[in-house]
Design a protein. Structure first.
Length: 187
């Protein structure tokens, strides 16, 4: 099936048709496997009736030969994989040296904290949370919870309350220290 791949809808449709084709092929192969299994079972019953007690010995001999054959095939494949994994790949000899992110053209020597902050790059955003961000988060969560069925609301209110409490404790301890140290370093 040829579909012009100029639009996202066409790409989506093409992907769906590919998946559908694979699923149909798998169904066909499973159906074929089931038919072969049925034929094999019927043949096994026929041979067991024909050969009687000696059929178990014959079947054992056939299974042993098949097992040896598959073992040799898998051994060859393992050897090929082992040989392929042992071959050395050509690694480039020259190591590329990257330019440093910070070039200090002044006489000022920076501390490790200052260099760490400068290495974050010019697009690094100093984290600044609004004063009532936790209250806004709680109100948004309550709005979302009010859309749930009444039987589930209390459970989710307790879960949100626990998470908000953890966020508050975490924010008061770690975030303020990092925020203040980055501002101090920046100044």
């Amino acid at each position: 099936m040829k579909v012009p791949n100029t639009s996202p809808a066409a790409k989506f449709t093409q992907r769906k048709t590919q998946i559908l084709r694979i699923k149909d092929e798998l169904k066909y192969l499973y159906m074929e496997k089931q038919q072969l299994n049925t034929k094999l079972y019927q043949l096994n019953l026929l041979l067991a009736n024909t050969w009687g007690n000696s059929w178990q010995h014959i079947q054992h001999t056939i299974n042993r030969k098949l097992e040896m054959e598959t073992k040799s095939i898998y051994q060859r494949l393992d050897n090929k994989l082992h040989n392929l994994s042992q071959q050395k790949t050509n690694t480039p000899r020259a190591h590329h040296t990257f330019h440093p992110r910070i070039v200090n053209n002044t006489d000022i020597s920076f501390s490790s904290k200052e260099i760490g902050l400068l290495e974050k790059g010019p697009k690094y955003n100093l984290h600044h949370k609004k004063e009532n961000w936790l209250t806004n988060l709680a109100l948004e969560a309550e709005t979302a919870i009010s859309l749930l069925p009444t039987t589930d609301r209390e459970y989710f209110r307790n879960r949100v309350s626990d998470h908000l409490h953890k966020l508050k404790l975490h924010d008061e301890t770690n975030a303020q220290r990092n925020h203040q140290s980055e501002h101090r370093t920046m100044k």
